[in-house]
Design a protein around this ligand. Sequence first.
Ligand code: RIB
Ligand code: CA
Length: 307
Amino acid sequence: MPDLRRIIFDCDPGVDDALALVLALNSGLVEMAGITTVSGNVSVSKTTRNACRLLDYLGLDVPIARGAGRPLKVKPRHASVHGTDGLGDSRLLPADSSRKVEREGATDFIVRTVESGVRTIVATGPLTNIALAFQEDCNVMNRLDELIIMGGAVRAPGNVDSLSEFNFHSDPDAADYVLQSASVPKVLVPLDVTHKVLLTPADLSEIGDSRSGRLVKSIVGRYQKGYADSGLAGSPLHDPLAMGFCIDATFLKLQPMYLRVETSGAYTRGACVPEERPWMHKRANVRVATGVDSRRFLEYFKKTASR
Ligand code: RIB
Ligand code: CA
């Protein structure tokens, strides 16, 4: 039996963040050392409440620390495709939660938890908390073995603007800071691959009637319709794919790149800017997922979510 991989899950639940949480918990290969929440798909009050609601429903005791209520510099913006509550306005989940979150904020929680020995972070929201943690104590944070990030669009269209993906557009300063200043092994899981992993209504019907399966089916409906209205054949499993890489790295093919993120462009805020001129001699600062074993990951997701 392989050792459990202890991780911090920094997220903005968010329907697909919730699916990533189910995948991690059902995989039997991940130990959730903590969940930190950030303003993103919905406000940080709602993302924090959603993390509590999900753990209440799943009956799990994982520390939750509330994070940044706004990006480093730009104004917060949210995503309607996740519904008003951020979890597809699901009626299956309790409307609220009385669960107590950690007294310390996400930044302190992340630094203390890395200091205590956790060496992997999976980040599926805007990177505000991650940037603040590195700014607070980069000596501790540079102990990380791997920082897995869902975000960006490198050689694929954006989903917020022609070149911009939601997490990077929401906090471009944090994304650029983390890519350029966090000197730890980073893996970026961009729209280039997540838009190739679409959960269709037919896939959804194959998910079993377990407690997790019922949760998945109850929160995906609105999310699936939102994407269908924009012409996609299914709902992209953005965050589950990033978590999938944490569970089994063979789902993705990676390419080292030197990436920067545009922080102020009128049409390009949040865009990924790869440096590919060899004479600039820029050392890669991230490994970018450029290929995905879509069919195998989708089958793994459906099987694991049905447990
Ligand atoms: O662009 C997709 C990403 O933005 C996902 O992480 C989704 O949850 C939103 O946070
Ligand atoms: Ca997310």
